[in-house]
Design a protein around this ligand. Structure first.
Ligand code: PMV
Length: 322
């Protein structure tokens, strides 16, 4: 009763921030992302009568306490569906260095969900798998389907899932990630989502997300980079406005983060196809058209405080290793 699955990380163009239901991770608003091809988690799950308790390692480090409990609770859902009480061993590796400032919870919970379901012989549809992954980390719902993905807010567990709007090969976008800090975040996203509603700006952000999402879907489908760039930056800025005005306020940006934002805007004004988006951290994801990649990479590396630049192109759906 063992299976191995892989899933890519993803970067949101329209951000998820705040929940309507924290326990179920039903989001306050719908979101849209692109899987990050090349940046993945590979996870093996083995259920066995020999195990007295669940155990898990990530990149060779044994999980303990709250992080092990989170994995265990996630496995419970699949165990309940399968009517199985066996404990499991989870072995997980990220192919990007831990602490490289690339979020791993999306790829981790997508891979864990697929591996656990397969190990137990559950035949889940992509929707069901996406909804299951959401329970571990909201953004993990979006790492299940292929390429460019929309996560519907939904009304309940079953209706809050993500689906592909276009496959990975639809548009050759590259995400150049300017790594500015590899430090562990003081406040992670699970806690951050709970603070969102303390910002007076969250209601306005949530109310206006559906129209930004609809326009962003059109921009992706028609490969309209100028339109995409405007929306992606606006949506990221709105999420950070909420973060910065919550109680307590969350300021994830560092001085080089702002320097990159200015540089990206200046480059686009010169006609270079690039825009920025920032998650709950200091690093900046710079989305580029193919012809802009080398210029943008050189420009980013020249900014003081940018430690390195990692590249990823649109990635496919989560997959099982046979
Ligand atoms: O899935 P979580 O709980 O790590 O939340 C992700 C939140 C952001 O990365 C900031 C935005 C997003 O939509 O990915």
């Amino acid at each position: 009763m063992q299976a191995t699955a892989c899933a890519y990380s993803n970067i949101a163009f329209i951000k998820y921030w705040g929940n309507r239901d924290h326990a179920l991770r039903l989001p306050a608003n719908p979101s849209l992302s692109m899987n990050l091809g090349g940046l993945f988690t590979r996870t093996t799950v083995r259920f066995s009568a020999d195990l007295a308790a669940d155990c898990a390692t990530v990149d060779g480090q044994a999980l303990q306490g709250a992080s092990l409990a989170r994995v265990s609770a996630h496995l419970d859902y699949a165990r309940r569906l399968a009517g199985c009480a066996l404990r499991a061993e989870v072995i997980s590796h990220n192919n990007f260095p831990a602490g490289a400032g690339i979020a791993s919870s999306a790829s981790a919970f997508a891979a864990l969900s697929l591996a656990a379901a397969a190990a137990l012989g559950l035949e889940l549809s992509e929707r069901e798998l996406s909804a299951y992954a959401r329970l571990g980390s909201g953004s993990a719902a979006r790492s299940v389907p292929n390429g460019f993905v929309v996560w519907h807010t939904g009304e309940d567990h079953a209706s809050s899932y993500a689906e592909s709007i276009a496959p990975a090969d639809h548009w050759q976008l590259t995400d150049l990630i300017a790594i500015i800090s590899t430090a562990h975040k003081a406040i992670g996203s699970t806690e951050g989502h709970q603070l969102a509603e303390t910002s007076p700006l969250q209601a306005a952000r949530v109310a206006t997300t559906p129209s930004r999402l609809a326009e962003c879907i059109q921009a992706v489908l028609s490969r309209d980079f100028e339109r995409l760039a405007r929306l992606v930056e606006l949506d990221s800025d709105m999420m950070h406005a909420v973060m910065q005005t919550s109680t307590p306020p969350l300021l994830y940006w560092l001085p080089p983060t702002v320097a990159v934002m200015h540089r990206v805007r200046a480059l686009r004004a010169e006609g270079v196809g690039v825009c920025y988006t920032i998650d709950a951290g200091a690093n900046v994801h710079c989305l580029c058209l193919p012809e802009s990649v080398e210029r943008v990479r050189a420009e980013l590396l020249a900014i003081q405080g940018v430690q390195e630049v990692r590249a990823a192109q649109a990635g496919s759906a989560a997959w099982l290793e046979r």
